[in-house]
Design a protein around this ligand. Structure first.
Ligand SMILES: [Zn+2]
Length: 201
């Protein structure tokens, strides 16, 4: 997984004079803060770096990332990577949502290096997102690159926009899933996946 520094080094530098940082400074003024006080002097720059890192998924070329990690392997056992931690930002409030993703597929001819699956999750999580879309994009990407017999993705998340604003009860979460191919068509496949990740159908 790339560090914040490594990702920032890949970012294109800005040419126009209105930067995210300068706009952050204006936001601080708008909410009634004094951007010149000690604790806030460097905040606009830090906030820009943080925002750029949290949205660095837009820069990721998925095909290039999975290139070299696809292998031919005759196998029809389910492959599962569970408890993939992710952090994303809700596109409606620009507040974080985070949680775990469980990803499975039924190979046909190709398998993918297991470490690539969390990186695919990061590539889509580090954008402005909806949980439903994030879940579906991870599933569809595996479908596209592997052409497997099926893909299943379950995403369990907690949303700051719900928790901090008092909409959500303190300990409730949101679960979304995307089931493609055999995971959609065959209850046995879906049940196997759900039981292996500790979920009942
Ligand atoms: Zn939201």
């Amino acid at each position: 997984m790339k560090s914040e520094k490594a990702v920032l080094a890949m970012m294109p530098s800005q040419s126009n004079d209105e930067t995210i940082s300068s706009m952050m400074k204006k936001i601080l003024e708008k909410i009634g803060e004094d951007p010149a006080r000690e604790g806030l002097v460097r905040t606009p720059d830090r906030a820009e770096k943080a925002l750029r890192f949290l949205t660095s998924g837009y820069e990721v070329d998925i095909n290039q990332m999975v290139n070299g990690a696809l292998f031919t392997h005759e196998c029809d056992e389910m492959v599962i990577v569970k408890d993939i931690e992710f952090f994303s930002m809700c596109e409606h409030h620009l507040l974080p949502f985070f949680g775990m993703m469980h990803v499975a597929y039924l190979p046909k001819k190709k398998v993918i290096g297991l470490s690539k699956i969390p990186r695919i999750v990061d590539a889509f999580a580090r954008r402005l997102q909806l949980q439903e879309r994030l879940t579906h994009q991870v599933a569809q990407t595996l479908q596209d690159v592997l052409q497997p017999k099926g893909v299943g993705v379950i995403c369990e998340a907690r949303h700051f926009c719900m928790r901090m604003r008092g909409v959500e009860k303190q300990h409730s979460g949101t679960i979304t899933s995307a089931m493609l191919g055999g995971f959609r068509e065959r209850k046995e496949t879906r049940d196997e996946f759900l039981s292996l990740v500790g979920r009942k159908n």
